[in-house]
Each structure stands twice: as structure tokens, then as C-alpha cells.
Design a protein around this ligand. Structure first.
Ligand code: SAM
Length: 228
């Protein structure tokens, strides 16, 4: 994935509401608050929340494409992702998700829910073709802004400055910001951007915590950055 966004750079791999709830330690009350999902991709978080009567706005440049284009890309990248999982098998916790095949089932089920909801959600303005680090919202418009598996995950492709500007922008539009995980994809190493980001945000007066959460699929990927 690079800053020059084309669908050929994306490996669509979406997570479900149950995973978001654990990754971000979201309470029932928080799930009912106004939530922005940055880099929401083909996750079913938005659609499952909508069906539960809760409103999420999801932002992602992938939403400039049609459901059919996204589905084709999911099919094209599926074997590559499965191969990557086999090669990096030892870097994951095979507990709640017991095998690569089980993971594929969980992810494909989430992505099917997304694809079904996407055309209607797009019309309703729940899915927006918007890219970090610029968000077209007013100050403190949302209660919570989330970012799952984009910031820190792709630290090799996106600079420290990009991370800083993105998180500052999320803090501008939401009262509470949560980013998960803090480790990079595949290597599983803690993002080299993490400590410089924490220092720079604290220098600007933000309350910044690293909090342990119940979700752990990448080994040591069980912490979120929490700002408020
Ligand atoms: C691995 S997916 C994560 C999807 C979802 N958050 C989840 O956890 O299931 C990463 C997403 O980041 C999106 N992305 C890439 N560049 C972005 C940008 N500048 N701003 C927001 N999202 C971006 C990609 O299109 C992709 O959908």
C-alpha cells in the first residue's frame, strides 16, 4: 500500500463488529455514540452497527470504487493473503481464530456483509471516499474516531509525518481517538512511529495512553493508542 492510491495497492481484508468491539474496548454505550471509522475498508462494522440501530460513518479511498470492483479485488488478493498467512503462521495467535481457513471464513463473512450494505450505505452517506490525513468534518463532530489496521500497521509505507497529521486530524474531529494495533503487518514489530508520535502528541497537550485490550491475533498486537 502506498500514498498513491489505486485499488491494486489494497489488500481488502475486513473485520467484524465483534472484533472492533474487542480491539477498541468499546462499551455498549460507546457503540451507541457517534463513531467515525477511518480506513474502514471492507469491514462489516458499519453495516452491523446500522442493523443494530447505531450510526457509523466510515472513510476510506476504497469507497471511490464500486462493490463489484472491490469484490473482484477481494477475490484477486485472497490467495496471496492466504499464502502470506501460511508463511507467517508463527506470528499469529491461533486461539479464537483456530486456523487460516477459519480466519478466511470469518473475514469473508464480514466482507460479504459489507458488500451487501455498501451501495445503500454509500447513498445514505455512511461510506465516504475520504482519505487521511484530511477529514471533511467539523471540530469535535464525533464522540469517537477509530482506526483499525491502517495507521501503524503500514509504518513502512506511510511516514511519521503522515501518522502525526492523521492522528491530529482525528483528534480535531472527535473527542476520543483510538488506534489499533500498534504493531506492523507481518513483522509484528512495534511501529517505529509509535514513540515519536506519543512524544509529539503529549507535547501538544493530548492525554495519550497505551491500553491493553482483549483482542490479540497478531502476537503482541493487543494494545491500542487512546487519546482524549
Ligand atoms: C487492512 S484495511 C483495514 C480495514 C478495516 N479497518 C478493518 O480493520 O477491517 C486498511 C484500509 O486502509 C485504507 N486506506 C489506505 N489509505 C488510506 C488513507 N490515506 N486514508 C484512509 N484509509 C486508507 C485501505 O483502502 C484499506 O481499506
Amino acid at each position: 500500500m502506498t500514498n498513491d492510491f489505486t485499488i491494486d495497492n489494497v489488500f481488502p481484508w475486513g473485520r467484524a463488529l465483534a472484533e472492533y468491539t474487542q480491539m477498541f474496548a468499546l462499551s455498549e454505550k460507546e457503540l451507541q455514540s457517534s463513531i467515525l471509522d477511518c480506513g474502514g475498508g471492507p469491514s462489516s462494522f458499519n453495516s452491523e452497527q446500522y442493523n443494530a440501530g447505531n450510526l457509523v460513518i466510515s472513510c476510506d479511498p476504497i469507497y471511490q470504487f464500486t462493490a463489484e470492483q472491490i469484490q473482484n479485488r477481494i477475490q484477486a488478493t485472497y490467495p496471496l493473503i492466504m499464502e502470506g498467512l501460511q508463511v507467517n503462521y508463527d506470528k499469529f495467535v491461533w486461539q479464537d481464530i483456530t486456523s487460516p481457513e477459519h480466519l478466511a471464513e470469518v473475514r469473508m463473512s464480514a466482507m460479504k456483509k459489507f458488500l451487501k450494505d455498501f451501495p445503500e450505505g454509500l447513498k445514505q452517506g455512511r461510506y465516504l471516499n475520504v482519505s487521511l490525513p484530511n477529514l471533511p468534518f467539523t471540530n469535535q463532530q464525533f464522540d469517537i474516531a477509530l482506526c483499525s489496521h491502517f495507521l501503524f500497521t503500514y509504518s513502512q509505507e506511510f511516514s511519521l509525518e503522515f501518522h502525526l497529521q492523521s492522528i491530529l486530524e482525528m483528534c480535531r474531529v472527535a473527542k476520543d481517538v483510538r488506534v489499533f494495533p500498534l504493531v506492523e503487518i507481518f513483522t509484528g514489530a512495534v511501529s517505529p512511529h509509535l514513540n515519536p508520535i506519543i512524544t509529539r502528541l503529549r507535547d501538544r497537550g493530548y492525554q495519550v495512553n497505551i491500553e491493553q485490550v482483549e483482542y490479540e491475533f497478531q502476537i503482541n498486537g493487543n494494545q491500542m493508542l487512546h487519546l482524549y
